[in-house]
Design a protein around this ligand. Structure first.
Ligand code: CP
Ligand code: NVA
Length: 295
């Protein structure tokens, strides 16, 4: 049984195959007559629509379930929920408040489980980001990605994904908001260069892509004032972009806050890849559904 809780649940070979599959726009109807449960304990625009349409393109039937309807670990245990859903669905995918809920589902091992975002990681986003980079650059090996902002779930998965395809990374965060050591060590162990800095200007030098995300993730609302203060100086501005490689693209998983983590003229400007990124969520979702069911 295959589960995708983290991007490195894929082997490097699997990831390369998923990137090829995502580029194949003629899907086979491998989910014909089968269901896919999509559980959302947090809001979503891209992930919900991308996965729903991916499942439809594979001939399957997506069933979206809101967190309050299913009551993960409140109305019913995580284990009982997944045992039941496994009787109806070929895949269960979930956006959860607690990553441990996904681990509980995967442990039951009754149906492939896909992480649609947890407080720890966002693997399907990272795969879509590689699809976008590959579209822009052709090859990925030897490229350099700068992450400027919060070292959050999206950053963690992106750094891991980059390291799996030979892309160097520089991560600029304020002191106290650094990427965790485990993610850094695992990425470095794959042989790529991973720099950590508190200076966004040094991170973007030579970068082929400058990536960011919101400073306040879903569930962190209580820390909003403190984080906004800490991240002043980490906005991706035109000036910052001008220090990256001349062809560098701007990337953001969205939703975005213009004037906070990104200047409006950057995200709405010619270097912005964000709408392609959003579309690629669907192509990546399709390839990941194919992978988990072993097709
Ligand atoms: N990038 C992303 O996951 O967007 P949603 O939260 O809208 O799904
Ligand atoms: N880091 C953000 C990503 C949203 C897609 C969050 O977790 O809210």
């Amino acid at each position: 049984m295959r589960h995708l809780l983290e991007v490195d649940d894929l082997s490097e070979t699997d990831l390369a195959a998923v990137l090829v599959a995502a580029a194949n726009r003629r899907p086979e109807r491998i989910l014909e007559g089968r269901g896919v449960a999509l559980i959302f304990e947090k809001p979503s625009n891209r992930t919900r629509n991308a996965f729903e349409m991916a499942v439809v393109s594979l001939g399957g039937h997506p069933v979206v379930i809101r967190g309050e309807e299913i009551g993960l670990a409140t109305r019913e245990s995580v284990e009982d929920v997944i045992r039941v859903l496994a009787r109806y669905h070929a895949i269960v995918a979930a956006r959860v408040v607690e990553h441990s809920s996904l681990e509980g589902m995967a442990r039951v091992d009754a149906v492939p489980v896909v992480n649609l975002l947890s407080e720890r990681s966002h693997p399907s986003q990272a795969v879509a980001d590689l699809v976008t980079m590959q579209q822009r650059w052709g090859g990925l090996q030897g490229r350099r990605v700068a992450w400027v902002g919060d070292a959050n779930n999206v950053a963690r998965s992106l750094v891991t994904a980059c390291s799996m395809v030979g892309v160097d990374v520089a991560v600029a965060t304020p002191r106290g908001y650094e990427l965790d050591e485990l993610t850094l060590q695992a990425a470095r162990s794959r042989g790529v260069n991973v720099e950590v800095t508190t200076d966004p200007y040094s991170a973007v030098v030579g970068a082929d892509a400058v990536c960011t995300d919101v400073w306040v993730s879903m569930g962190q609302e209580a820390e909003a004032a403190e984080k906004v203060e800490a991240f002043r100086g980490f906005c991706v501005t035109e000036d910052l972009m001008s220090r990256a490689a001349p062809h560098a693209v701007f990337m953001h998983c969205l939703p975005a806050h213009r004037g906070m983590e990104v200047q409006a003229s950057v995200i709405d400007g010619p270097r912005s890849a964000v709408w392609d990124q959003a579309e690629n969520r669907m192509h990546a979702a399709r390839a990941l559904c194919e992978w988990v069911i072993g097709e």
